[in-house]
Design a protein. Structure first.
Length: 167
Protein backbone atom coordinates (compact mmCIF):
# COMPACT_ATOMS: atom_id res chain seq x y z
CA UNK A 1 0.00 0.00 0.00
CA UNK A 2 2.83 2.39 0.90
CA UNK A 3 4.42 1.82 -2.51
CA UNK A 4 1.11 2.47 -4.26
CA UNK A 5 0.63 5.78 -2.44
CA UNK A 6 4.21 6.78 -3.23
CA UNK A 7 3.73 5.92 -6.91
CA UNK A 8 0.50 7.93 -7.06
CA UNK A 9 2.20 10.94 -5.46
CA UNK A 10 5.04 10.72 -7.99
CA UNK A 11 2.52 10.49 -10.80
CA UNK A 12 0.69 13.58 -9.56
CA UNK A 13 3.96 15.52 -9.39
CA UNK A 14 4.96 14.26 -12.84
CA UNK A 15 1.77 15.52 -14.47
CA UNK A 16 1.85 19.07 -13.13
CA UNK A 17 -0.08 21.06 -15.73
CA UNK A 18 1.46 23.48 -18.18
CA UNK A 19 0.70 26.44 -15.89
CA UNK A 20 3.26 25.26 -13.32
CA UNK A 21 5.83 27.89 -12.54
CA UNK A 22 5.31 31.47 -11.50
CA UNK A 23 1.99 33.28 -11.67
CA UNK A 24 0.48 36.42 -10.16
CA UNK A 25 -2.89 36.98 -8.62
CA UNK A 26 -4.79 37.77 -5.45
CA UNK A 27 -5.36 35.71 -2.32
CA UNK A 28 -9.07 36.09 -1.59
CA UNK A 29 -9.59 33.52 1.22
CA UNK A 30 -7.29 32.26 3.99
CA UNK A 31 -8.51 28.83 5.05
CA UNK A 32 -5.93 28.14 7.76
CA UNK A 33 -2.29 28.84 8.58
CA UNK A 34 -0.96 27.14 5.45
CA UNK A 35 -3.83 27.04 2.94
CA UNK A 36 -5.37 29.84 0.85
CA UNK A 37 -7.61 30.36 -2.16
CA UNK A 38 -5.91 32.25 -4.96
CA UNK A 39 -7.34 33.94 -8.05
CA UNK A 40 -4.75 34.07 -10.82
CA UNK A 41 -4.59 37.16 -13.02
CA UNK A 42 -5.51 34.96 -15.97
CA UNK A 43 -7.15 31.52 -16.07
CA UNK A 44 -4.81 28.59 -16.55
CA UNK A 45 -5.17 25.56 -18.78
CA UNK A 46 -5.93 22.23 -17.18
CA UNK A 47 -5.80 19.81 -20.09
CA UNK A 48 -3.71 19.07 -23.17
CA UNK A 49 -6.24 20.82 -25.41
CA UNK A 50 -6.39 23.99 -23.33
CA UNK A 51 -10.17 23.84 -23.12
CA UNK A 52 -10.72 23.89 -19.36
CA UNK A 53 -9.83 26.62 -16.90
CA UNK A 54 -10.51 27.58 -13.31
CA UNK A 55 -11.30 30.88 -11.70
CA UNK A 56 -9.23 30.06 -8.59
CA UNK A 57 -6.75 27.63 -7.07
CA UNK A 58 -6.55 26.07 -3.62
CA UNK A 59 -2.96 26.67 -2.53
CA UNK A 60 -1.08 24.75 0.15
CA UNK A 61 2.07 26.58 1.24
CA UNK A 62 5.12 24.52 0.29
CA UNK A 63 7.73 23.29 2.75
CA UNK A 64 5.86 24.31 5.91
CA UNK A 65 3.20 22.86 8.19
CA UNK A 66 1.17 25.24 10.37
CA UNK A 67 -0.73 24.18 13.49
CA UNK A 68 -4.30 23.01 12.88
CA UNK A 69 -7.06 25.51 13.74
CA UNK A 70 -8.05 23.64 16.94
CA UNK A 71 -4.41 23.22 17.96
CA UNK A 72 -2.49 25.77 20.06
CA UNK A 73 -1.27 28.59 17.76
CA UNK A 74 -3.54 27.41 14.93
CA UNK A 75 -5.71 30.53 15.06
CA UNK A 76 -2.63 32.73 15.45
CA UNK A 77 -1.10 31.19 12.33
CA UNK A 78 -4.34 31.75 10.39
CA UNK A 79 -4.54 35.39 11.55
CA UNK A 80 -0.88 36.01 10.65
CA UNK A 81 -1.29 34.54 7.17
CA UNK A 82 -4.45 36.61 6.69
CA UNK A 83 -2.66 39.79 7.77
CA UNK A 84 0.12 39.06 5.29
CA UNK A 85 -1.73 38.00 2.15
CA UNK A 86 -5.51 38.40 2.32
CA UNK A 87 -6.68 40.59 -0.59
CA UNK A 88 -3.05 41.13 -1.60
CA UNK A 89 -1.48 40.70 -5.01
CA UNK A 90 1.15 37.95 -4.67
CA UNK A 91 3.41 35.81 -6.84
CA UNK A 92 3.18 32.02 -6.65
CA UNK A 93 5.97 29.64 -7.49
CA UNK A 94 4.29 26.27 -8.00
CA UNK A 95 6.18 23.27 -6.66
CA UNK A 96 3.70 20.39 -7.17
CA UNK A 97 0.10 19.22 -7.01
CA UNK A 98 -0.70 17.12 -3.94
CA UNK A 99 -2.91 14.05 -3.60
CA UNK A 100 -5.86 16.31 -2.68
CA UNK A 101 -5.55 18.36 -5.87
CA UNK A 102 -4.11 21.40 -4.12
CA UNK A 103 -1.36 23.41 -5.74
CA UNK A 104 1.74 23.35 -3.54
CA UNK A 105 3.53 26.69 -3.85
CA UNK A 106 5.81 29.29 -2.40
CA UNK A 107 4.07 32.65 -1.93
CA UNK A 108 5.99 35.86 -2.45
CA UNK A 109 4.53 39.20 -1.28
CA UNK A 110 6.81 41.94 -2.58
CA UNK A 111 10.09 41.26 -0.69
CA UNK A 112 8.57 38.79 1.83
CA UNK A 113 8.78 35.05 1.22
CA UNK A 114 5.54 34.23 3.10
CA UNK A 115 6.21 30.53 3.78
CA UNK A 116 9.53 31.33 5.48
CA UNK A 117 8.00 34.33 7.29
CA UNK A 118 5.49 32.09 9.07
CA UNK A 119 8.34 29.84 10.23
CA UNK A 120 10.36 32.90 11.29
CA UNK A 121 7.44 34.10 13.43
CA UNK A 122 7.17 30.69 15.09
CA UNK A 123 3.76 30.01 13.55
CA UNK A 124 4.71 27.03 11.36
CA UNK A 125 7.19 24.21 11.28
CA UNK A 126 9.59 23.69 8.46
CA UNK A 127 8.00 20.62 6.86
CA UNK A 128 9.39 17.29 7.92
CA UNK A 129 9.16 16.13 4.30
CA UNK A 130 10.52 19.00 2.20
CA UNK A 131 12.64 20.91 4.64
CA UNK A 132 15.31 23.10 3.08
CA UNK A 133 18.52 24.04 4.86
CA UNK A 134 17.36 27.68 4.78
CA UNK A 135 14.04 26.87 6.45
CA UNK A 136 15.77 24.70 9.05
CA UNK A 137 17.96 27.69 9.96
CA UNK A 138 14.92 30.00 10.12
CA UNK A 139 13.17 27.51 12.40
CA UNK A 140 16.25 27.19 14.65
CA UNK A 141 16.31 31.00 15.00
CA UNK A 142 12.61 31.05 15.94
CA UNK A 143 13.18 28.28 18.49
CA UNK A 144 16.18 30.04 20.05
CA UNK A 145 14.24 33.31 20.24
CA UNK A 146 11.18 31.48 21.67
CA UNK A 147 8.87 33.07 19.10
CA UNK A 148 5.29 31.89 18.68
CA UNK A 149 4.74 28.20 19.33
CA UNK A 150 8.35 27.86 20.46
CA UNK A 151 7.33 29.53 23.74
CA UNK A 152 5.85 26.15 24.65
CA UNK A 153 8.10 23.60 26.34
CA UNK A 154 7.16 20.84 23.87
CA UNK A 155 4.97 22.07 21.02
CA UNK A 156 3.18 19.26 19.20
CA UNK A 157 3.89 19.24 15.45
CA UNK A 158 0.74 19.35 13.30
CA UNK A 159 1.44 15.97 11.70
CA UNK A 160 1.47 14.40 15.20
CA UNK A 161 -1.63 16.41 16.23
CA UNK A 162 -3.54 15.19 13.16
CA UNK A 163 -2.58 11.57 13.84
CA UNK A 164 -3.57 11.79 17.52
CA UNK A 165 -6.83 13.66 16.84
CA UNK A 166 -8.05 11.75 13.78
CA UNK A 167 -11.73 10.91 13.97
Amino acid sequence: MKHLIGALCLLLVAVVPAWAGTMSGVVFVVIDGDTVLFKPDSPYKTDAHGTASRAFLKIRLASIDAPEKDQPYGEAATRALSALVLNQRVELNTVAIDAYGRTIAQIQLRDVQVNAELVRRGLAWASAYRRSAELKAVQRDAQQAARGLWREAEPVPPWVWRRENAN
